[in-house]
Design a protein around this ligand. Structure first.
Ligand SMILES: *Cc1c(COP(=O)(O)O)cnc(C)c1O
Length: 412
């Protein structure tokens, strides 16, 4: 929050009011107009030419979406943010706007399943992807080539909770002048700001904890201002006219958002903005619930393994403690062989079998049979995904109710 003396939540809940207030609205109004009219045709032309600020057409920008973008920039302490229809829309934009055939990227192999699938797709379109165990910077360094344009990692990997060697990878990227992209979805800007470890671009799926109620899809890319775009080879001459800090987002807005069209709708932006007001409160609650649940499961002999960065037994517990405010709201665990994971899930009364994260309700999913089914057993094994792995997105329920639910399902 570099431009204000206020804390995280104060800044978010007062941000709309500190901008252009419309009719005293404390929330940014939902602007559904696709077109934006001008009395003076010359002004329309000058907005089109980027000579003055203004909206042109809903696919490239909208006042309600723009208010949300501003809030996310504040949360991430960035210089600008672009919103997309989904988190995958934001990640896809990296490929659409910033990579060309012959480029190379290094990606953590511990990844959200659809990001993994996307990298397989781009590999078929001329961009070479090296998957590495990003919990150690040496693996990233060994994979770099003269054509490496980007290093991509998640903070806490979904679903196995490996924590990338975030600060050392940031240092390496800075030394080599490589764009460092960090998917901050699992930690959210309340637990961690990737800018602190040198990220140039930050990805957030707004669908998850930032929106926080499972009622709207959305994604965002935030430019932290740390990356020197004047040294990036693929910025088109048109965008070189912008100040160096603005070139990346300018190209992303035109080449990805405008040309590929994954624009966030104003109603979804409103839902996400309202949800984001309580991000800090929810993350405190879901994190303390997750820690209590992880400790209970770890102490139970019917549970074979628990993966949660807040546990001392987690391999990257030290890094998580140093960098993140809490261990987060995601954990995963494996039952002993004698217990069928489907039977167990069916005995839960509160944990809901469903595919989403960061909701107020606790959601559970048998990973190998659902979200990671398509990739096959071999790739699952390489990502550390056991066939019985259960992912839990911990909600804001009362702690005792939640613990009792997971315990009762073991006892039954
Ligand atoms: C869900 C998720 C995404 C994709 O977000 P959508 O909004 O579902 O498209 C990307 N990265 C991570 C880590 C996620 O959990």
């Amino acid at each position: 929050m570099s431009d204000t003396k206020y804390g995280f939540t104060t800044t978010i809940v007062h941000n709309d009011r500190r901008k252009t207030v419309e009719q005293g609205s404390l929330h940014k109004p939902v602007h559904t107009s696709v077109a934006f009219g001008y009395n003076d045709a010359r002004q329309l032309a000058s907005v089109f030419q980027g000579k003055e600020p203004g909206f042109r057409y809903g696919r490239q920008g909208n006042p309600t979406v723009s208010a949300l973008e501003d809030k996310i920039s504040k949360m991430e302490d960035g210089v600008g943010t672009l919103c997309f229809a989904t988190g995958m829309g934001a990640i896809g934009a990296l490929f659409q706007a910033l990579l060309k055939s012959g480029d190379h990227i290094v990606s953590s192999s511990f990844l959200f399943g659809n990001t993994n699938s996307l990298w397989q797709t781009v590999a078929g379109q001329g961009v070479d992807v090296a998957f590495v165990d990003a919990t150690a910077v040496a693996n990233v360094e060994a994979a770099l080539t003269p054509h490496t344009r980007m290093v991509f990692v998640e903070t806490i990997a979904n679903p196995r909770t490996q924590v990338a060697d975030l600060a050392r990878i940031g240092q390496l990227c800075r030394e080599r002048g490589i764009l460092y992209v960090v998917d901050n979805t699992m930690t959210t800007p309340y637990l961690f700001r990737p800018k602190a470890v040198g990220a140039g671009l930050v990805v957030n799926s707004l669908t998850k904890s930032i929106g926080g109620h499972g009622n709207a899809l959305g994604g965002a890319l935030t430019d932290t201002g740390l990356f020197d775009w004047s040294a990036y080879p693929h910025i088109a001459p048109n965008f070189r006219k912008q100040p160096p800090q603005a070139q990346g987002l300018a190209q992303l807005r035109a080449k990805a958002l405008r040309d590929f069209g994954a624009a966030l709708g104003p109603e979804a932006a409103h839902h996400i903005a309202v949800g984001a007001e309580t991000l800090a409160l929810r993350m405190e609650r879901t994190s303390s619930n997750a820690l209590a649940l992880a400790r209970m499961l770890e102490a139970d002999e019917r549970v074979a393994a628990v993966h949660y960065p807040g546990l001392a037994s987690h391999p990257q517990h030290g890094i998580a403690q140093e960098l993140f405010r809490t261990g987060g709201s995601l954990l995963s665990f494996e039952l002993v062989d004698a217990i069928d994971c489907f039977d167990y899930l069916n005995r839960l009364q509160l944990g809901i079998p469903a595919s989403n994260l960061g909701d107020t309700r606790t959601l559970v999913i048998p990973v190998a049979h659902t979200i990671f089914f398509e990739m096959g057993a071999e790739r699952r094994a390489s990502m550390g995904i056991a066939e019985s792995l259960i992912r839990v997105s911990v909600g804001i329920e009362d702690t005792e109710d939640l613990l009792a639910d997971f315990r009762n399902a073991l006892d039954a």
